[in-house]
Design a protein around this ligand. Sequence first.
Ligand SMILES: [Zn+2]
Length: 375
Amino acid sequence: MLAAVDINGSSVVLAGTDAKQTALSLKKTPHFCPQCGCPVVIKAGDVNIPHFAHETYSSCDSFSEHESPRHLAAKIDLFNWITRTHDAVMEARLPNGSQRPDILSGTIAVEYQCSTISASLFRERTKKYRVGGLNPFWIYGGPSIERKGRYVKLTPFQRLFLRYHAQLGFYFISYCPDLKFFTIYGRIIPVTISLCLAVRLDVKVEDMPFPPSAVFLTEFTYPLAPFFDEKRKWIDQSLNYSNARNHPFFRTVYESGRNPHLLSEEIGLPVRSGMAIRNHAAEWQFYIAYDRKNGSAKEAANIVRRRIQKGHLKETIMPLAPMMTPEQAAEDYVALLKEIKIKRGIDSQSRGGKIRREEEFCLLHEKRIIDRLIF
Ligand SMILES: [Zn+2]
């Protein structure tokens, strides 16, 4: 941990350019854990980052005992970044005592998270902050996001950090203490189950305002064709490498007498809140087409929820974007179909014919579909 109290009860924080000097000069005087009141010692060697540690094994539930050097370094950087313009408390104690944010500034509770934690713990901590009137600001500190060509691949843990902003769409903020910059991925749109399109921006810590203003990226457009190309690949791979007979989507497609390669073009389109469903857009959009009676948005939302309950679809857990639900995705999709005036498309007769139809579809509808993704 980086904050302790001295014998007079004054707070001591080991951050800033003179942290090492401060640490060395204070080494002989007693300090105490702000959480449990037990004695702590200053660890300040040649290699490690100066920090406090409990003198003996303690049952103190302070999070700070197992912090990696990366976590300590980032916490110092973020504290210095915030305190340039705002008051902030390192490792603040909250009135309910149950949680300690890395840094608290006003109602913003900063959590820098390097190691993987479970979705339920992430959700629980987020909820506790909100209940306490605080706005949790999670910053990702784990390994870099994997890239594959023009796409990025987000793990379920990384998806927990996704937030939504009207201009930026889904976005993700990470900080690297080695390079001293934030990396923002914005306009994240799922293309397949694992691949997403995204726009990346690196911002040096000194150039980043606090709180970060989200609107960095102005000009923006994605082509629609890659969604068709990747859908084709995804279908091929799924049928080649997995047991498609047991896959609820492919099974339903075959049972309905249709061919997954030739499904009409409106099945599998990107929509703004599509990230909320952890399946290919073709899957849940096919279910909507297959199960619907009246074609209303409400009905589509119910269809998606029922398929989740049956285990045919999976919800993406995004505690920081609670408005983006599978129901919302279904409603966005129905609104899109209405706008492009397609009720029920026609399947193709051959794979060659399918590609020609996709090209025509792009010419006709690309602009409307992409414009609806992000305002
Ligand atoms: Zn303690």
